[in-house]
Design a protein around this ligand. Structure first.
Ligand code: ADP
Length: 405
């Protein structure tokens, strides 16, 4: 490929923090980014060439995006797969990961079935459409159990813990809609693997690369993910887990990738029970559990996604040093949606190996992801010190109308 100025355009459905970090990663590769997002002046807007204001399922906006793009991708699972396919076909522009992959993962029931078909170990689950089905499922799976909306859940929204049988009706009302219930996994830790699927061979013209070819497949080093109340709070890589658990997690993640079509990075979330690695879910896009790769790896997950989607060879996924990140979330005490004002960030700037990422969201609300801080440790050191420091720095910040979490 030849470098030009302006360069070719990557069209992205979604302009949140992931779109922003994709834009930051694309610029040095000579790739222009245009996003579609309904929020005026969305987080990606200041760092990309243009924002088309429109909903993720706005046919006109998606066609306009496709018409000015050389490749299409998405950073949000709410993107409409049929529209993406149609817009890509009409404009003759490839969409990666493939819209069919998005279709599969949008419904957690379909997603689990696809993984079972690929021999990926999945927690025991049942489809539940009403309270009778839920009672029957709980008889089989026992309690506690996790009820999950089949579609639209994120950051714990759409997930309800059922502690005992009597909670069933309330839980079903809370997730509101078609659901599945999973056995409660007594995990030792949660792990995530950012997998990557690249072009078939370096130098192939991206337009000509078959979408279901046996292209390059790789994975970033395994990450430990630390959730509270179903929301990701911090990550550590390497995970505080024995080597064989890391190797097993990587193997499962590669099996997950095998079941999904299209180039790009994929966030695979896993449970480590101590003797098994079980699949939780997969996102066909850069993922919060891979933000640490921006400073912690030779290639970031965002650069890797741009490389993959634009048909360039994958970059080196090696970790530079033990690295931890902590999310800056709107404090639980925040009421409404006040303007975002973070205090206590000076300590992050003062720390030589700490890196602040501010997502530029105008308003803060309780538990909203507003930014993150990454601390890169010493090569050969252990990750605990980085994790402790990242959490301390996070805890030293607060939004003027409530703390960070
Ligand atoms: P979301 O899509 O909202 O992130 P997840 O399905 O990933 O929802 O669940 C969020 C978190 O809830 C997980 O990271 C984990 O901590 C917890 N969780 C989800 N499913 C289970 C389960 N079957 N057993 C135990 N904990 C679970």
């Amino acid at each position: 490929m030849t470098l030009t100025s302006p360069g070719p355009t990557l069209g992205v459905v979604g302009g949140g923090q992931l779109g922003r970090m994709l834009g930051e990663a694309a610029a040095p590769l000579g790739v222009e980014v245009v996003v579609v997002d309904p929020t005026p002046d969305c987080p990606a807007a200041p760092v990309v060439r243009d924002q088309i204001e429109g909903d993720f399922d706005d046919a006109d906006a998606l066609h306009r995006l496709a018409d000015r793009s050389d490749w299409l991708t998405y950073e949000i699972e709410l993107a409409d797969p049929d529209l993406l396919e149609e817009a890509g076909d009409d404009a003759g522009v490839p969409v990666h990961p493939r819209p069919g992959t998005l279709q599969t993962i949008q419904d957690k029931l379909v997603q689990n079935r696809a993984m079972e078909d690929a021999s990926v170990p999945v927690p025991a689950y049942r489809r539940v459409d009403d309270v009778d089905a839920l009672h029957a499922a709980l008889d089989a799976l026992g309690t506690p159990a996790m009820l999950k909306a089949r579609e639209g859940g994120y950051d714990g929204r759409g997930t309800a813990l059922i502690e005992e049988r009597g909670d069933a009706a309330d839980a079903l009302a809370a997730v509101a809609g078609p659901a599945l219930v999973e056995e409660f996994v007594e995990f030792e830790r949660e792990l995530a693997v950012m997998g990557c699927k690249g072009a078939a061979a370096p130098g192939d013209d991206p337009g000509d690369v078959a979408v279901d070819d046996d292209g390059a497949v790789d994975a970033f080093p395994v990450t430990e993910t630390i959730h509270e109340d179903e929301i990701l709070r911090a990550t550590a890589s390497p995970p505080r887990a024995p080597d064989d658990r890391r190797a097993a997690a990587r193997d499962v993640a590669l099996d997950v990738l095998d079941a999904l079509d299209g180039r790009g990075v994929y966030g695979v979330e896993l449970f480590d029970t101590g003797d098994a690695i079980l699949f939780n879910e997969v996102a066909p896009r850069p993922h919060n559990s891979g933000h640490w790769t921006i400073e912690g790896c030779h290639t970031s997950q965002f650069q890797q996604h741009v490389r993959a989607v634009t048909g360039r060879p994958l970059g080196d996924t090696g970790r530079r040093a033990p690295t931890a990140s902590a999310n800056l979330l709107g404090g639980e005490g925040i009421e409404g949606r006040p303007p975002a004002r973070l205090e206590g960030e000076d300590a992050i700037f003062a720390e030589p190996r700490a890196h602040l990422h501010w997502y530029g969201k105008r308003e803060v609300y309780a538990l909203r992801k507003m930014g993150h801080v990454t601390v890169v440790g010493e090569r050969g050191g252990d990750v605990d010190a980085s994790l402790a420091r990242a959490r301390e720095l996070r805890d030293g910040t607060s939004f003027t109308s409530g703390g960070t979490d």
